[in-house]
Design a protein around this ligand. Structure first.
Ligand SMILES: [Zn+2]
Ligand SMILES: [Zn+2]
Length: 332
């Protein structure tokens, strides 16, 4: 994993194919130095897929990236968000306002928007889940105060003009892109597929580097949903994936297989962690992630661990006792 660095990235823009530009926008997150927005030629302007997050300097980085592609914010005719995570929709409202365009996104965006509407309520809910999972009070208090001090990453009020669901299309000069619902990473996740050119805009569903994350608490089984979304994308026969982070990649089946393998490996590790007897989700996460389970990553890894456990529970392989903290065990 890349170390956090003082040298900040800057926004960059580059053409990847005629009519497609990659806008690489910096992120303040350790291990995730930037995200991609994609500009797709459409008439006298572009469709902008994803926007980068909102933070000090982020607008300048977007302008710089657009400038390198010989584009300006005023050229944006439509904003499409692959999902409601701040690195993909954080700058949508000010861009839409300046360009006078619509924002299209999947309707299941409460995993992001609920916490914008009621930050303290959302934080209280997360703390309750953390206590239920056995996270000790001290690191939890530190996490909550860091969380309160952070910005949301979202500029303005996210207003969705059109709900992007299965079967919707997005018109560009490269042809129509089909919207595929691909929940798992986030309940609001969609991929865009251009069938004649076999191009896939994969958002965070498939990344250049295999890295898994699932939003917890908004759908019954994020891991199961993610696996079903992998099957859906596998059936497309895409020849090039343009992902939410990292470089475009061609070996789409290889990436899908690597994602499935990592899911299987993690589920296995969770089951092994329960072999010696009942454990809280916090103890399971420590066993599964080992040295990677440091305080900076606790929230992230706990969310994933709860998703692993929920998936195994639905498959009848583990069970919980419902106490506080709750203990999980291998199903009899
Ligand atoms: Zn995401
Ligand atoms: Zn992302």
């Amino acid at each position: 994993m890349r170390k956090p660095t003082r040298t900040r990235e800057v926004g960059r823009g580059e053409k990847v194919l005629p009519g497609i530009w990659r806008l690489r926008l910096p992120l303040p997150w350790p291990g995730v130095p930037h995200c991609n927005a994609w500009a797709l030629a459409a008439g006298d302007g572009v469709v902008l897929v994803d926007t980068g997050m909102h933070e000090p300097g982020s607008e300048m980085h977007l302008h710089r990236a657009l400038d390198q592609a010989r584009l300006r914010v005023e050229h944006v005719r439509l904003i499409v968000c692959t999902h409601a995570h701040v690195d993909h929709c954080g700058q949508a409202p000010p861009i839409a306002e300046r360009a006078g365009c619509e924002v299209w996104m999947h309707p299941n965006h409460a995993h992001h928007t609920a916490s914008l509407e009621d930050p303290e309520g959302a934080l209280a809910r997360r703390l309750e889940i953390a206590r239920q999972s056995g996270v000790p009070e001290e690191p939890l208090r530190r996490w909550a105060s860091r969380r309160r001090a952070q910005g949301t990453g979202q500029a303005g009020t996210l207003h969705v003009d059109r709900e992007l669901t299965e079967g919707a299309t997005v018109a560009t000069d490269l042809g129509e892109w089909q919207v595929l619902e691909t929940p798992g990473h986030a309940p609001s996740h969609v991929c865009l597929y251009q069938p004649e050119r076999r191009l896939l805009i994969s958002g965070d569903h498939l990344l250049g580097r295999v890295s898994l994350y699932f939003d917890y608490g908004y759908t019954p089984d994020p891991v199961g949903e993610f696996l079903a979304s992998l099957d859906k994308v596998a059936a497309l026969d895409a020849r090039l994936a343009l992902s939410g982070h990292g470089r475009p990649f061609t070996d789409v089946p290889g990436h899908i297989a690597a994602n499935r393998a990592l899911v299987a490996e993690r589920l296995d590790a969770v089951q092994r962690a329960l072999e010696a007897g009942p454990r809280t989700a916090y103890e399971v996460a420590q066993a599964v992630y080992g040295d990677a389970f440091d305080e900076a990553r606790t929230a992230w890894l706990m969310t994933k661990t709860r998703c692993w456990l929920t998936h195994l529970e639905r498959r009848g392989l583990v069970a919980r006792d419902g106490g506080t903290p709750e203990r999980w065990s291998a199903a009899a």
